[in-house]
Design a binder for this molecule. Structure first.
Ligand code: 4AD
Ligand code: MG
Length: 442
């Protein structure tokens, strides 16, 4: 079991419910604390399903066993009330989870008001009540998987000698396409919320060689799709002495590591969410690969009206990944549809040495990455070609003037990855407080 959350007992003598469910405490007297998940009242007993972060267990409070006052409180309380109790653990095949706690003492620390969330509520209602809905088993399972995904990314990168660092969220230069920028009034000046930490990460590799950030990125995309947030969590890495091939290897190793960590360490959550761990164990290097040019041909022969030079959008992504079980790298996109900072591809000068990583079963893009152009004069030519002002990028070009080193990097959309891992319907389902075009509450 990962972490110390489920260690048997703490200083006050309380244990987590998982210990009971794992059969470690059968026949023993124990103490639990948590929230009332469900409650069922009978004539002389009250069945309380108690919830803590580790699980839900059935407890039974009997008249005559607990004090009269305690019994009256148990009868009175509503779901989400906060309680502590002590009792004896019995195996009971009728109880959810296979165990029941016979309570001998129960204290209600807080009587909850009537909880607004009941069964069969609309998505809209649940989103309005996100601050309460996150107590549900489903959200708890998902958030614990999210924790493992973040943790395992850091663990992998640290093992590979990457340093975790930070980048500013307020920026004055663009990272990706101008159209998707959020403007901020900054003491009267117009600046932006960052779309990527990449450009502030690159200078740092000249100090530390391998660096990464795990931070929000902001996109003012009006897209109301199942995979777009306006604020999402972006894992970005930059690596010196690393070319395009090395970059792809890094990406497939990282993604596989995260998938296996979730399968290894979050088994109960996957079970409760109905996700087969084999879905995640099946993610392993080498990933499938095709060039952008090949991808366009595949889409054309599937009947899609798409020309070389156009971006691979949702429809094309679906054609490429719907029937696929493996992750797919699409490499070497045309210069016209990608950013000026990417390395020229001598093998096909119309293209850069870049890649997207597409997830299977139609989920689509999860990573954008490239080898970076390390020659200052070529960067200037690229800016001139697209008609952008080199003065804005002086600092960025500057880093190529002093010991310029071959390097590559990429950005993982963490929320999209979790959405695929858990086969969720919508990206917001894996975020505690999602931000979309139409939602900034709660
Ligand atoms: O492909 P993108 O735009 O690439 C970059 O920003 C590079 N500068 C990253 C880098 O090389 N350091 O974004 C990277 C990833 C996408 O593949 C996608 O997974 C995710 O970020 N992403 C979004 N996730 C949720 N909602 C959105 N609106 C997203 N836009 C991009
Ligand atoms: Mg992209």
């Amino acid at each position: 079991m990962a972490g110390s959350h489920f260690l048997y007992g703490d200083k006050m003598g309380f244990i987590h419910i998982r210990n009971v469910l794992e059969g470690k405490t059968e026949g023993e007297k124990i103490m639990l604390r948590g929230w009332v998940h469900r409650i069922r009242k009978q004539k002389k007993m009250v069945f309380v399903l108690l919830r803590d972060p580790s699980g839900v267990v059935q407890t039974v409070v009997k008249k005559g066993v607990v004090s009269e006052e305690e019994y009256a409180d148990a009868e009175k309380m509503l779901i989400e009330s906060l309680v502590t109790l002590s009792g004896t653990v019995n195996a009971d095949s009728r109880a959810e989870g296979g165990y029941e706690v016979q309570v001998d003492e129960v204290k209600v620390l807080h009587f909850a008001e009537e909880f607004p969330i009941t069964e069969h509520q609309s998505t809209e209602f649940l989103n309005d009540n996100r601050h309460l809905w996150m107590r549900s088993r489903k959200m708890t399972n998902v958030l614990k998987v999210r924790d493992e995904v973040f943790h395992s990314a850091r663990e992998y990168l640290r093992k590979k000698d990457f340093y975790e660092t930070t980048s500013p969220m307020f920026v004055s230069t663009l990272g990706e396409e101008g159209a998707d920028l959020f403007e901020v009034s900054y003491f009267g000046r117009k600046i932006f919320l960052t779309q990527t930490s990449q450009m502030h990460l690159e200078p740092q590799l000249f100090a530390m060689e391998r660096v990464f950030t795990l931070a929000p990125s902001f996109r003012a995309e009006k897209s109301r799709t199942r995979k777009h947030l306006t604020e999402y969590w972006h894992l970005e890495a930059e690596e010196a002495w690393c070319d395009h091939e090395c970059n792809l290897k890094r990406q497939e190793e990282l993604i596989s590591y995260m998938c296996h960590a979730v399968a290894d360490n979050r088994r109960e959550d996957l079970d409760e969410l109905g996700v087969d761990p084999e879905r995640l164990y099946g993610v392993k290097p080498p990933f499938d690969r095709m060039t952008y040019t090949e991808a366009i041909e595949v889409c054309q022969s599937a009947g899609l009206k798409i020309k070389w030079g156009e971006d691979i959008r949702t429809e094309a992504e679906k054609i490429l990944t719907d029937e696929r079980d493996k992750f797919l790298f699409v490499e070497c996109y045309p210069k016209e549809i990608k950013s000026f900072y990417m390395k020229n591809n001598e093998a096909d000068p119309r293209t850069y040495k870049n890649n997207d990583l597409l997830m299977p079963q139609g989920f689509g893009e999860v990573i954008g990455g490239s080898q970076r152009e390390d020659d200052a004069s070529i960067l200037l030519q690229n800016l001139e070609r697209i008609g952008d002002d080199p003065a804005k990028y002086k600092w960025y070009i500057d880093i190529r003037r002093y010991g310029s080193v071959e390097h590559s990097g990429f950005g993982v959309g963490m929320d999209r990855l979790i959405t695929w891992m858990l086969d969720l319907e919508h990206i917001r389902d894996c975020v505690p407080f999602p931000r979309t075009v139409s939602r900034v509450y709660p």
